[in-house]
Ligand binder design. Structure first.
Ligand SMILES: [Zn+2]
Length: 450
């Protein structure tokens, strides 16, 4: 019985086979942990009884990967039934099976279904899964067999049930993205985001509360353009492995925007290491892959958490290692952070001591951010008087034109300082081969002021 083993966001098909007998009591399967083995046995045994099947006294088996968690209940159950001669192996030869069993014999959804379905598709096999995993599996293009109960699958194994092999078609719906047009009076901020989107620069937004830092950050993913097919696949894989693939992702995959709270741990941000008893889980950085990670109140984050972030952000991936395994998750993530201009927030007149402000600003190293932009508060009167300014569509037009211009240019030496890097991006937006004084002048207003 084929099932799937996960490493990072990759799935690998492997067979589970067991022998069952009525003697020598025991459930000897190579589970990753004793607890998982015990719980799996309880669920499988109870499903057998509820379905009117006899559960063998002894189950033994070997396989090339340790069995993990609930996603392997259904394949193990079917392997036992084959060993007992209850069902035929033949009908399942061209299939991969995933699914948890409930105590009453219902098939429940599992994490990683999209990734498992991709592995099935690549091997030319169909995938049996819980009905609520079917839409996710169908996105892979594999032939999907949605099942509700163990009884159904048993009927199929006995040749008594015709399968409805039909990937459910997915409606395409484009949710309305947030538009830069909603932000009034922050044209410099919008321009900074345009430059950042084109040049792949990380952004620090400073300014008093209420100036629109979060609004601007939330509208940044749209400036990165539509997801490529590869990005879409990677994003769906990440969310599937994390167990976070919801209807919204399935209907209109869009670039992620993640904004973890400043109390987050390094595990929450970078992901959990693979262990004997658990698979590695992606953290917020990887959940923001192909999109935006927004760290609001940057100085409030714990120092070691921020320090652990710099390497993976630069490398575009995070490597989680333990003594038994090493797993790589993608993390090509645009980083946007925000902070108040000063620790008091600068809401009223500021009386902060210079050393105090200095300590606030330099709490974490800030060399991850090429672009710094200060957003002033815009008063209600000004909002009423100002025109709406740039929209996401007009900013995107500029980005697309600059990308086309850059593609026509010979390979360039990478610039070394933030000002040089940002000036080069601005020159591209200007369709200029040379970086001129005008570009450097604008760049120096968009880089760290201290
Ligand atoms: Zn202050």
């Amino acid at each position: 019985m084929n099932t799937v083993h996960f490493t990072g966001i990759k799935g690998e098909i492997f067979p589970v086979s067991v022998s069952a007998s009525a003697s020598e009591a025991g459930f000897h399967l190579p589970f990753a942990s004793k607890g998982e083995s015990r719980e799996s046995r309880v669920r499988i045994r109870s499903s057998f009884i509820e379905t009117g099947l006899s559960f063998p006294v002894s189950v033994t088996g070997e396989c090339e990967h340790p069995l993990r968690g609930c996603s392997m209940d259904l394949p193990i159950a079917l392997a036992i039934l084959i060993a007992q001669g209850e069902i035929e192996a033949g009908p399942f030869e061209n299939a991969v099976v995933i699914g948890e069993l409930s105590l009453s014999g219902n098939v429940r959804p599992v994490r990683g279904a999209y990734v498992a379905a991709k592995a099935a598709k690549a091997a030319g096999k169909a995938i049996f899964c819980a009905r609520s995993n079917a839409r996710e599996c169908a996105l892979s293009g594999a032939a999907v067999v949605p099942v509700d109960t163990l009884a159904e699958v048993v009927k199929y194994g006995k040749g008594l049930w015709k399968l409805p092999v039909a990937p459910e078609s997915l409606p395409t719906r484009n949710g309305k993205a947030l538009d830069m047009l909603d932000i009034i009076g922050q044209e410099k901020g919008k321009r900074a985001m345009q430059v950042a989107a084109l040049g792949g620069h990380n952004v620090m937004l400073t300014g008093p509360p209420g100036a629109g830092k979060t609004m601007l950050a939330r509208r940044f993913p749209a400036l990165l353009g539509p997801l490529t097919e590869t990005e879409k696949d990677e994003m769906l894989s990440v969310y599937s492995i994390a167990g976070l693939l919801d209807a919204e992702h399935l209907e209109s995959p869009h670039r992620p925007f993640r904004a973890p709270h400043h109390t987050i741990s390094d595990v929450g941000l970078l992901g959990s290491r693979p262990g004997r008893a658990q698979t590695a889980r992606p953290g917020e950085l990887t959940l923001a892959h192909a999109g935006v990670l927004f760290l609001d109140e940057w100085p409030e984050f714990r120092k070691h958490v921020i320090e652990s972030l710099a390497g993976p952000v630069k490398a575009g991936k995070t490597i989680l290692s333990s003594t038994t395994a090493s797993v790589t998750f993608p993390a090509r993530t645009a980083l946007v952070a925000s902070m108040n201009s000063c620790p008091c927030g600068g809401v009223t007149e500021c009386h902060c001591a210079p050393e105090f402000i200095e300590r606030y600003r330099t709490r974490h190293a800030t060399d991850s951010f090429d672009i710094w932009v200060d957003l002033p508060r815009v008063s209600y009167r000004e909002i009423k008087e100002l025109s709406k300014g740039a929209s996401t569509a007009t900013l995107l037009e500029g980005i697309e034109a600059a990308k086309a211009f850059r593609a026509s240019q010979p390979e360039r030496e990478p610039a070394t300082t933030p000002v040089e890097r940002v000036a080069r991006t601005i020159a591209d937006l200007d369709a200029s081969e040379e970086v001129t004084e005008k570009h450097i002048a604008e760049a120096s207003t968009l880089t760290c002021p201290w």
